[in-house]
Design a protein around this ligand. Sequence first.
Ligand code: EPU
Length: 423
Amino acid sequence: MPSRGGRFVVRGGRRLRGEIRVSGAKNAALPMMTSALLTREPVILEGVPDIEDVHTQAALLRSLGATVEWEPAAHRMTIVADTLTGAALPTALAQSVRTSFLCLGPLLARTGTAALSRPGGCNIGERPVNVDVRGLAAMGAEIVQQDGAYIAQTRGLQSAAIYLDYPSVTGTENLMMAACLAEGTTVIKHAACEPEVVALAEHLTRMGAMIHGAGTPKIEVLGRESLYSARSRVIPDRLEAGMFAIAAAITGGDVGIRDVVPEHLDAVTYKLRECGVEVLEYEDRLEVRRRRPLRATEIQAIHYPGFPTDMQAPFAVLMTQAQGTSVIHERVFENRLLYAAEVAKLGARIDVESQVTAHVHGPIRLRGTTVAALDLRCGMALVLAGLAAEGTTVVEGAGHIRRGYEQLPERLVSLGAELEAVA
Ligand code: EPU
């Protein structure tokens, strides 16, 4: 059983109704925080979610000599990396999150040296970093692996034309940040197009960077001598918005989701509608309700603008309530269907084929029992299953969920769910 951070106890069968505001996006806030390593001047971020991964990233930045001021009520973070006291990340901290590796590009660009261990994060596949390492090597960094750590140095990063073997989100962000302080114009081809990459590019531009093409597969970065102070707002979390949409759908509820960018959720909205869920889109708001039985569908989880891999487990849980057999293909990570065995403990019928395809048979009456959050999105999927299940579902390992969702029990309760966090 995972030991991370207590459990959530969910009593199912309540229809969710009301309005909810979406938090700032974890996967945008973390790289934006790391960008502060590129300048001596303050970086001020608004709308930062109060979640564990943000505090771990803040601890990593502090370990390098940055000061990080956190104002929880305002969700504001001010980071000043005026003088960096080191370029080596503490191993345990670096291994606890994937985004520790985002420090590599900025540290090399700013100080010419960096030492950090292989990053950690959710256990959903191998999660290599070859895209980052090869790209930085093409820019003139010398990177060697020693006892599980990457030791990197450079006499100065140069521009390069880089083709990414895979449009890695972290890889694209790392290279884009490094290129901001490299000499000349760096071209990144086959870049990730995720909204979080665009948000980082816009933030770096506010810091004085010259970036073109973010959001397309070809990004050009004209290096500058230095970057400056900037204040940015973190974009809304599309994955959290999608989670609330599924919570509304799975409980036959009616929820208004505020502070969203509907376009970021296009793939999810399309699939929800295909299954019979009503989704109304407004400028920065969605209304999600379900009045009819759900229909089965097919999902390909792939990079943006495809259906997000992070929504794959929650959607599979929704499909346990749909008429027919849904097919879900995971095409990003090679081990992201582990949740199926946990959802099956609630009575779901999910057949997993070759680790990457799930056949979800429905509709099934789920019945509460004790299950384990194996990672962040698995944990969220289990909470959603608990909302639909008869009786009480206990989700162990709630700490995984706190890594990425702020005040989840309280917010679901505000929509009418019966849910409590237990130590
Ligand atoms: N890949 C490579 N080589 C690399 C890097 C990645 O082959 O050097 C492959 C991976 O094996 C994987 C795929 O590329 O198959 C995607 O990896 P990517 O690097 O794009 O993912 P990431 O940057 O590690 C981010 C999010 C994930 C999200 C993925 C995909 C952050 C902090 N994390 O991860 O979010 O699932 O992109 O969209 O931005 C989560 O929030 O729960 C989460 C896991």
